[in-house]
Design a protein around this ligand. Structure first.
Ligand SMILES: Cc1cc2nc3c(=O)[nH]c(=O)nc-3n(C[C@H](O)[C@H](O)[C@H](O)COP(=O)(O)OP(=O)(O)OC[C@H]3O[C@@H](n4cnc5c(N)ncnc54)[C@H](O)[C@@H]3O)c2cc1C
Length: 417
């Protein structure tokens, strides 16, 4: 029987397995994961799970009953160590080998480790086990220092502050999510954190951490030291492609793939999620992203291409990522790493601030948007980015949107900056 082996049992792997069935694939589906937990979702780990408002049953991506019903064979707690392309086998850490006709690599990424020693009480956050350890330490802590103000660091700072902890957020860059949204929006996010009582130290680096759990000292590059009970290090991720080093598959900070998400070295090997670096037809080059929506959509594309090799689909999504910090639901669509050309302020609703920062190319074509607490504007921005509308066209759309706001909404005017 035709067999597809999927390595990596998180969102990309679990979605690829389930999508194979919904695409009508009738061969064997074998899902391998080094974690012993049933496939679970990661975005809540820094939000509701850390806050204690969601438990692990609310993270589930695939239950034992679903796996049985969909004939997905699971090998959990098993690490893949290598691939033999000649024999078509994946080697596992217990010495067993799984034969495949198609292989899907979905091994994602791991947290970048800090360059200094990390005493007890210093955490990273990627897995459920990491989240449980951080949650347990935070329950005993009053002072948290977060090193790194990317999406995950900023979310953890917000969650811990909301839970009443004294929080300091440190980053050498000028503000949270700076690499994703540029300096101006990052400054607004920094202001949000300060307003809620987070102490922010931007433009500041860390030289080391001393002490131990409950009595840590974070040494800063300006000579100061901060006392902390618990420290979270969120300084980015590294791709999990090392296990493929001797496989003969071409790697380039991820598995290098064509536009159909097939390895450029072996067309029966596919990659999906954070580990895939694929040729994006819209960008005209290879890209790799670390976003949940990409993992889901790419897994569906891979499943389609395995189930229907006669109808290969290229994969060229518009990037989309969201983040929840305090009362802001921040959505990022398209390319937003430069500075926004304009910001459209919406009328503040019950959920506080609303705005859309618009990013464009030199010819005023919209390339991306950051939208806060404004779902209808987000829908319009997504369409506008996908259709490469001009920023002027979108502004007319948003003005129209504002004029239709529900009766009783507060605020009377829109400001464009
Ligand atoms: C705390 C947190 C919050 C996040 N919040 C958001 C958010 O708000 N919005 C958003 O868009 N994205 C968010 N993300 C990112 C999103 O969760 C990731 O993009 C997504 O998890 C990627 O899925 P993946 O399946 O490709 O990889 P991963 O989730 O990294 O999973 C890979 C799996 O493969 C396993 N594995 C690795 N190597 C091997 C091996 N050799 N053998 C067997 N198994 C192996 C790993 O243990 C892991 O289970 C967040 C991530 C984290 C960690």
């Amino acid at each position: 029987m035709n067999t597809t082996v999927i390595v990596g049992s998180s969102v990309a792997g679990a979605r690829a397995a389930r999508s194979l069935r919904s695409e009508g694939y009738s061969g064997r589906v074998r899902l391998v994961g080094e974690e012993t937990a049933y496939p679970y979702d990661k975005p809540p780990l820094s939000k509701t799970y850390l806050a204690g408002t969601a438990d692990d049953t609310q993270l589930t991506l695939l239950t034992p009953e679903q796996a049985r019903a969909e004939e997905i064979e699971l090998s959990l707690g098993r690490r893949a160590c290598g691939v033999d392309l000649a024999s078509g086998e994946v080697e596992l850490d217990d010495g067993s080998r799984l034969g495949f006709d198609q292989l899907v690599v979905a091994t994602g990424a791991r947290p970048r480790r800090p360059p200094w020693p990390t005493p007890p009480g210093v955490h990273v956050l990627r897995s459920l086990a990491d989240a449980e350890a951080l949650r347990a330490d935070l329950a005993e802590a009053s002072r948290l220092v977060v090193i790194g103000a990317g999406v995950i660091g900023a979310e953890i700072a917000a969650t811990a502050r909301r839970a009443g902890r004294e929080v300091t957020l440190i980053d050498p860059l000028p503000g949270p999510m700076h690499r994703v949204v540029g300096a101006r929006v990052a400054e607004r996010v920094a202001e949000l954190h300060r307003r809620h009582g987070v102490r922010t130290l931007f433009g500041t680096g860390v030289e080391g951490i001393g002490g131990t759990r409950g009595g840590l000292q974070v040494r800063l590059d300006d000579g100061r030291a901060l006392a902390a009970d618990t420290v979270l290090v969120g300084i980015g991720a590294e791709v999990n492609d090392g296990w493929l080093a001797t496989s003969g598959l071409r790697l380039d900070d991820g598995v290098l793939c064509d536009q159909y998400c097939r390895s450029v070295s072996a067309p029966h090997v596919f990659a999906a999620g954070d580990v895939a670096r694929w040729f994006h037809p819209g960008v005209g080059g290879h890209v790799r992203t670390e976003h949940w929506t990409n993992a889901v959509m790419q897994a569906a594309c891979v499943a389609h291409n395995i189930a229907h090799p006669e109808d290969l689909r290229g994969y060229g999504p518009t990037p989309y990522v969201w983040s929840d910090q305090f009362d802001w639901h921040i959505c990022v669509v398209g390319e937003t790493s430069v500075e926004p050309a304009e910001t459209v302020e919406g009328p503040p609703g019950a959920d506080g601030t609303r705005f859309a920062a618009l990013y464009c190319s030199a010819d005023r074509t919209l390339t991306g948007a950051v939208v806060v607490n404004w779902p209808r504007a987000l829908m319009r921005c997504r369409v506008a980015v996908e259709q490469r509308q001009s920023i002027e066209e979108l502004r007319i759309d948003l003005t129209d949107e504002l004029s239709r706001r529900p009766a009783g909404a507060r605020g009377t005017s829109m400001a464009v900056r």
